[in-house]
Design a protein around this ligand. Structure first.
Ligand SMILES: *Cc1c(COP(=O)(O)O)cnc(C)c1O
Length: 431
């Protein structure tokens, strides 16, 4: 199987983290998100330890919580003692309600409203990642009104293309995020930030994109960022304490994706940082990284019940499931590939080619095409792997379909982290 926590038991059922997925589907109903909590914790520690070993002391990962946001994940990250990224007042509220220590949060976003800024300051967000000059001025003003000096990183665009999907590539000069180095505007922003009375500039941030398998794009970004650091230090005298290299390490969604050794990749980035800093004659700053999907994606799986199986003779086959774009919009958005397993008969020969269709009134509501499965029968359980990131957090109520619950699995127990959304929940705000 794709991962070592996925297997098949003596009943021919797919297992995940040692649990029989067909039994979980019976116990909690479908559609159902299940997550291997132990795997999330192990991956967090892998990042944390590698960053401590290969980067200067104080370097830590931040969980990019847009990948998977609910109270329980913030408690897990708090227990593992790593930082978090938040991108909206809703994420701030969720993290704060879960008791996350907010001084360890970084607030992102290309359009923080005055209300968002005030809310974040009131909730003691540790550091703003300032995206543009309008935000810088608004933040300086609001921080002044509240009588604080706010720590910030400036988000700059290193101007590189990591060869990933256009919608998840964010590091180029033309990106909607950040301030360009190439045009000289990033340097101007540093002067402005240093002039702001109520702002404490701590360093720089860049994020080049997602689903990156090699360390090379991070190496290139690091080289450009360090040159920028050297250049601005020469001109302004400002030496940053931190450099945030963003998130984006890839995840294995199918057999075609390589297995990725995050520790090794971090080691390689460390070597590039050391070499470049030596060449420029500067100290290596504290390094931050913001993994989202690589902390949670392969720790998640979605279970569905098969409904109709439609064979259009001479054309194609559809297998319909009791969920779809409402719980997993990623194929509709980016044509993201997935691995699908018939959980009820996971040992049987996969000799039926099918398109996996959701239940929404939309032809584009697909989980993917050309999957090879044993021919499923109505009522059987089907699993879509690697759905721990950007699934629950991107879920919607289109067609008034409730969001599935999230069940966590660990070596001791299975438990509900998020309840199934009921009809009453969906009507709660209707007058
Ligand atoms: C989305 C995002 C991340 C996380 O990206 P992943 O591919 O999930 O690791 C990190 N930082 C920023 C600024 C982002 O926008």
């Amino acid at each position: 199987m794709l991962y070592n926590d996925v297997s098949v038991n003596e009943r021919g059922h797919l297992t995940f983290a040692g649990y029989d997925t067909v039994e979980l589907a019976e116990k909690y109903g479908t559609p159902l998100y299940i997550m291997n909590e132990d795997k999330i914790r192990a991956r967090v520690r892998e990042y944390k330890n590698a960053m401590q070993d290969y980067f200067p002391s104080g370097s830590v990962p931040e969980f990019a919580s847009k990948a998977f946001c609910c109270k329980q994940i913030y408690r897990i990250m708090a227990e593992e003692e790593i930082d978090i990224d938040v991108v909206s007042p809703g994420e701030i509220y969720t993290a704060a309600s879960a008791g996350f220590p907010m001084e360890k949060s970084f607030f992102h976003g290309n359009n923080k409203t005055d209300g968002d800024i005030a809310f974040a300051i009131d909730n003691k967000v540790g550091c703003f990642v300032v995206d543009n000059l309008d935000e810088l001025k608004a933040l300086d003003k609001i921080a002044g009104q509240k009588g604080i000096k706010q720590k910030i990183l400036l988000r700059v665009t290193p101007g590189i293309d990591p060869h990933t999907h256009k919608k998840i590539s964010t590091g180029s000069v033309e990106s909607k995020f950040g301030i360009a180095i190439e045009t000289g505007q990033a340097l101007e922003a540093v002067y402005e930030a240093l002039d702001c009375k109520n702002i404490l500039l701590c360093g720089y941030h860049c994020h080049i994109g997602s689903q990156i398998f090699e360390s090379e794009p991070f190496g290139t970004a690091s080289e450009i960022m360090l040159e920028f650091i050297k250049d601005t230090a020469d001109k302004t005298g400002f030496v940053p304490e931190m450099l945030n290299l963003g998130g984006g390490f890839g995840v294995r969604y199918t057999e075609n994706d390589p297995e990725i050794d995050y520790r090794k990749r971090i080691c390689e980035v460390g070597e590039i940082l050391n070499r470049q800093c030596e060449k420029l004659g500067i100290a290596v700053p504290k390094i931050l990284m913001e993994p989202g999907r690589s902390l949670v994606a392969d720790a998640g799986m979605t279970l569905y019940t098969v409904g109709s199986v439609k064979e259009i003779r001479g054309y194609k086959n559809y297998v319909s499931i009791d969920g779809g774009m409402t719980d997993n919009p990623r194929y509709t958005l980016y044509e993201s590939p997935y691995t699908v397993v018939l959980a009820s008969r996971a040992n049987e020969k996969a000799d039926f080619t099918a398109t996996l269709a959701g239940r929404c009134c939309e032809s584009g509501d697909l989980i993917g095409e050309n999957f090879e499965l044993p021919k499923p029968v109505r009522g059987e359980i089907l699993a879509v792997l690697t759905t721990g990131a950007y699934n629950y957090s991107m879920a919607s109520n289109y067609n008034r379909i409730g969001r599935p619950p999230v069940v966590m699995l660990n070596s001791k127990k299975d438990y509900i982290a998020v309840e199934r959304e009921s009809f009453e929940d969906m009507c709660r705000l209707d007058k």
